[in-house]
Write a protein that binds this ligand. Structure first.
Ligand code: F6R
Length: 243
């Protein structure tokens, strides 16, 4: 596990974009596993700026996202597809045919998850998987559990996650209660895993995940076993990991 220390959110975003840019430059047809949420927004902004300057080319890149809310279609502003289009896909020269997320509109969970697994198998393992971390240690929507889930599955979101995500919706009642998420085995199969974390509210969970035991009760802790795991975090988020 490698920790890249950043001063603040801006610095974290620039440093995370450096890691992703290096992969894209080395392998123009790379597969990038992507995340949504507030943590990677600045990283995407940096990537877009580099694309605009002519330093990055997305034309051969394939992307696979971690997760999608069950029940939201692509035009719903709270869907993760919408988020990705807003923050990245519509701003760079990526081929939309090469951007993949679980299908939130498929009500049959088995079908939705099976379909996404087929895509993930076809695309092959990610060269880099970008992650944020939830306050309960979730990665993707892999919530604390008794075992590590392997491939794409449907999850019931915990109250803590629904609460945290309510800020993006006009009311808590509107937050979907289920989501489709890539499994831990798929996340762990990425050649490099890059996590971005910022702010004092992430300090406690970073300590539990990376200074504590590996347990499915703190899903992110499994990353301690990944051969190329990079954590880019700011001082506030790293405050307790230092202790
Ligand atoms: C998003 C995702 C989630 C978030 C996590 C942290 O695709 O998979 O695991 O990374 O909930 O969210 P933020 O960055 O908003 O704190």
């Amino acid at each position: 596990m490698r920790i890249i220390r950043a001063k603040d959110y801006e610095d974290m975003s620039r440093k995370a974009a450096n890691v992703i840019s290096a992969v894209m430059t080395r392998k123009p047809d790379c597969v990038l596993g992507l995340a949504t949420g507030s943590s990677p927004v600045g990283t995407y902004e940096n990537l877009v700026r580099r694309y605009e300057k002519g330093d990055l080319d997305f034309s051969q890149v394939t992307t696979v996202n971690l997760d999608e809310y069950k029940g939201l279609d692509r035009e719903n502003p709270q869907s993760y597809y919408y988020f990705m289009r807003e923050h990245l896909f519509s701003k760079v020269n990526i081929d939309p045919q090469r951007t993949f997320l679980p299908d939130g509109t498929e009500p049959d969970s088995e079908k939705a998850c099976g379909g996404y697994n087929e895509i993930l198998h076809r695309v092959g393992r990610a060269d880099l998987q970008l992650l944020g971390i939830g306050h309960d240690g979730h990665i993707g929507f892999n919530e604390p559990a008794d075992t590590f889930a392997k491939e794409t599955h449907c999850v019931n979101l915990t109250d803590m996650t629904i609460e945290a995500n309510a800020r993006f919706f006009s009311s808590r009642e509107e937050v979907p209660t289920q989501a489709y998420t890539m499994g831990i085995q798929t996340i762990m199969s990425a050649a490099t895993v890059l996590m971005v974390a910022s702010g004092a509210d992430k300090a406690k969970i970073l300590r539990e995940a990376f200074s504590g035991p590996v347990t499915p009760q703190v899903p992110a802790s499994i990353l301690q076993f990944h051969p190329d795991f990079i954590l880019v975090a700011d001082e506030a988020a790293l405050a307790e990991i230092d202790k």
